[in-house]
Design a protein around this ligand. Sequence first.
Ligand SMILES: *Cc1c(COP(=O)(O)O)cnc(C)c1O
Length: 388
Amino acid sequence: MKKETKLLHAGRNPENNFGIVNPPVYHASTVTFPTVDALHKADKNPTEGIFYGRMGTPTSRAFEEAIAALEGGEKAIAVQSGLAGITGAILSFVKGGDHILVTDSAYFPTKKFCNEFLSNFGIEVTYYDPMIGSAIAELMQDNTKIVFTEAPGSLTFEVQDIPAIAKVAHDHGALVMIDNTWSAGYFFNAFEHGCDISIQAATKYIGGHSDIMMGTITLREEHYKMVKTKLNVLGYCAGPDDCYLGQRGLRSLPARLSRHEENGLKLAAWLKARPEVTKVLHPAFEDCPGHEIWKRDFTGSSGLFSIVLDGKYTPKAVASMLDGLDLFPMGYSWGGYESLIIPFNPKGARQVTEWVEDGPCLRVHAGQENIDDLLEDLAKGFERLNNA
Ligand SMILES: *Cc1c(COP(=O)(O)O)cnc(C)c1O
């Protein structure tokens, strides 16, 4: 079955649910057992059976089954946010004295977790240039347990050579994790490219409507029980309504993503032709570092990209452009139906690579609006920018 078709059916079981199309939402903490024997049986298999609300319900298990199908992994675990997916996956595989490698282009809260939390437990973190490829071999240590990748990178969109990095990591006995949120697990198959664990903020495209917080960790059967048990000890779990909405989001994911992709490509092409814009950091455009890798490894693009403006524009001029936009509200997060924009400066967020652009940067999320309305709004914004 092709991906679009599979996503319509994954994690459903109408035959066992009165023929009702979608799985029910179980709100549950306590699960009761009629006998001591049944209680002890359930005790022995909490990661697969239905045992206690925090360990999973039929609702979370149905969602997890569908996510594993989307990502091409064997198992998935839903947690309370994308960041919890990242911290939970990392914490499951490290102990004091270990070393991990993290891309310098990682989502900033991922870096904060590494800098301000892991370091307190004696876990050493080295950042690497996202364009490093197989030269990552030089950074591997005997105690390196994880290479944490993200492709394309947050805000700056470098596309990493994941297969090359994975080969080196595996030769050294390290696991490869990827923050796969940008591709929604739809435009990039992490497992086919050498990743061992794929993490997403389901908050973004999987939910798709800016109304849930959830993360997913997709992994192989061999890691499932250990990770699920550790996450339980940490108290990580996802709420039933969010699991339901996430699963509902999956049904329309292909259709929504193709609209985000189309609008993203149109916006980026239009912006590239503007004299105010010096660079378009969209993986499908040549300006973007790793564009050739994106062409080789990805099957499409989502709606999130950045642009660099000419260095002559002041922050005040940029503010007058952004403050007056009607269809691009400013806000963090993305992946909902509407367009968004934020100004950013990568300079302070880099550990080992230098950001050389001197112009102001904007990150754009292409929503599902009519493209002509979006372009008209931006054209007026550029007028304000130039008049400021
Ligand atoms: C938003 C985001 C996260 C974190 O997700 P939350 O659900 O907000 O915790 C992680 N990685 C990337 C790339 C993101 O954009």
